[in-house]
Design a protein around this ligand. Structure first.
Ligand code: PEP
Ligand code: MG
Length: 545
């Protein structure tokens, strides 16, 4: 038995089997020459890898078709067609026979060449195929390495995912039905892995050094995401203790969910607070409704755009939104425009690397430079807003023209589509500049939503994904609370909500209420705890009521 201590970044307890997530492409596989006696074996290895990956691609296509749509599923079907193309198979066999090198090197050689051929083409769409080829090569190498070639989506039930760090493009495929816990070497409370885990209601412990060298796939793991404790290969006693605590937590949650079915949440002295949920998929929206959320305060759209290899059409986005939002029909819903750039880059945009990505082009800055990307989203949102009362959130606003630009295009598309009633439009307040410019911004919007994660990183000058400056990333620092209070005060009658991770910290709710905040949006799984905490609070000195 081994105990590890990290930082609890998503609460709850779990027990499962470890799956250590390593990227095969990061490790250079060995190059060795083979002789005639090994030729057949290497051929069989290649054939088996092709068969395995083809099967996985078929499954991926089916699942993505159900979850997102046919257009996205076709990417996987096209990859399968390339993999089974006789020219590609012949090229692999020819390389094997002429160079007499091991299967891994055959895959690397053939697919590198193939990717280059696509990338040298004049046609942009075909050039993008280069990434699909790299992805195929990666899958084949995983299969040859004996690593079961599933994406994270196909993890077996009761998996505790163990990773160095998770990127948004990895996490797109995480599913609550298989992953019961997440351990990450690098993951502060505002890291994307932590955020996603909280939204899925999956306990997560981050900041565990040398994790990948310590835990092995298949080992039994106990996770306490509240205390930040992990036990590998627990003794019988440790297991009993864990099960007892797990049962207590489960009972407490059940009671809270029952309490939440009662409408409205107020403090002891009668201050009404709305508690909405942050979501990114239909699964999250369902969980939010089960947990008693008053609405959807933040629909993050990045996973949808990052999960496709080609630029999705407005129709595909509208279909995704309609399907995802159905469980929250009739509720307050705010959908955020795509917040990409920095660490989230869809491969089809080919955003060039920047020296300071978090201080570079992200959120609305990207949307202003890619008119098609903005147009597809606004058209889809306008279409869906006819059925659902949607608000549109503009991410990473810094200057007034960021908002003016989006609002003018929204009006233009609405008039082209013959839509008279515009959706509510809101600005994310995530930069100190925006927080200090409420007076001018409010002339253009219907509401504000404070993104405390970014507001903290930009105010405290501490990167939210950088564990080395974690002690500076203090999201309830008096400087942050003063900015929040200023936003509430200057906004006057314009509604203000807060949707960063700060909103879900039950230990800070009273301080937030004192700034005048009356609307919170938190990870769906936290809604019961936050509502429960509000009901026990007395806020005599609270501002606005
Ligand atoms: C925030 O910055 O607080 C926020 C809600 O946006 P995200 O975490 O998606 O950047
Ligand atoms: Mg943000």
């Amino acid at each position: 038995m081994l105990k590890l201590i990290g930082k609890g970044v998503s609460p709850g307890m779990a027990q499962g089997k470890a799956f250590v997530y390593k990227d095969a492409l990061l490790r250079d596989s060995e190059l060795y020459l083979i002789d005639d006696s090994q030729l057949d074996d290497e051929k069989k290895r290649i054939k088996k890898a092709i068969d395995d990956v083809s099967k996985c691609l078929t499954i991926d296509a089916e699942q993505i078709e159900g979850k997102i749509g046919k257009q996205s599923a076709d990417i996987f079907r096209a990859q399968k067609a390339i993999l089974q193309d006789s020219h590609v198979i012949n090229e692999m066999n020819r390389t094997l026979e002429t160079k007499m090198i091991n299967a891994e090197q055959v895959v690397r050689t053939v697919f590198r060449l193939l990717a280059r051929r696509f990338r040298d083409l004049d046609n942009e769409v075909l050039r993008e195929r280069g990434d699909d080829i790299d992805d195929l090569s990666r899958r084949l190498l995983l299969s040859l390495a004996g690593i079961h070639a599933h994406s994270l989506e196909h993890l077996p039930a009761n998996t505790v995912l163990v990773a160095r760090r998770l990127l948004p493009s990895d996490t797109v495929f995480l599913s609550r039905s298989s992953t019961v816990g997440v351990l990450a070497e690098f993951a502060g409370p505002a890291a994307h892995a932590a955020l996603l885990a909280r939204e899925l209601g999956i306990p997560c412990v981050g900041g565990i050094p040398d994790l990948l060298e310590t835990v092995h796939t298949g080992e039994v793991v106990l996770v306490d995401g509240t205390m930040g404790a992990v036990v590998i290969n627990p003794s019988r006693q440790a297991l009993q203790k864990h099960n007892k605590a797990f049962e207590e937590v489960r009972k407490r949650r059940e009671t809270m969910v029952c309490v939440n079915t009662v409408e409205g949440t107020s403090t002891v002295d009668g201050i009404e607070v709305s508690v909405m949920a942050n979501v990114r998929s239909r699964e999250d929206v369902e969980l939010a409704m089960q947990c008693g959320a008053d609405g959807i305060g933040l629909f993050r759209t990045e996973p949808f755009f990052l999960s496709t290899k080609h630029f999705p059409s407005d129709k595909a986005f509208a279909m995704f939104l309609r399907n995802s939002l159905e469980p929250a029909r009739g509720r307050h819903i705010d959908v955020r425009l795509l917040d990409i750039g920095a660490d989230k880059n869809p491969i089809y945009l080919h955003l060039p690397p920047e020296p300071d990505p978090f201080l570079g082009r992200r959120g609305v800055r990207v949307l202003r430079e890619y008119p098609d990307l903005l147009a597809a989203q606004l058209r889809a949102i306008l279409e869906v807003s006819q059925e659902f009362g949607i608000g549109v959130l503009i991410p990473m606003v810094t200057i007034e023209s960021d908002v003016v630009h989006v609002v003018s295009w929204l009006k233009q598309f609405a008039s082209e589509m013959g839509i008279r009633e515009l959706p509510r439009i809101g600005a994310m307040i995530e930069t100190p500049a925006a927080a200090l410019s409420i007076a001018s911004l409010k002339a253009h919007v219907d509401f504000f939503s404070i993104g405390s994660n970014d507001l903290t990183q930009y105010t405290m000058a501490a990167g939210r994904e950088n564990p080395l400056v974690a002690k500076y990333f203090i999201d309830d620092h008096p400087a942050i609370l003063r900015l929040i209070e200023l936003v509430v005060r200057e906004s006057g009658t314009t509604p203000v909500s807060i949707c960063g991770e700060l909103a879900g910290r039950v230990d800070v709710i009273l301080k937030l209420l004192k700034t005048g905040i009356r609307s919170l949006s938190v990870a769906a799984s936290l809604v019961p705890d936050v509502k429960f905490a509000i009901r026990g609070i007395e806020n005599k000195k609270g501002r606005k009521s």
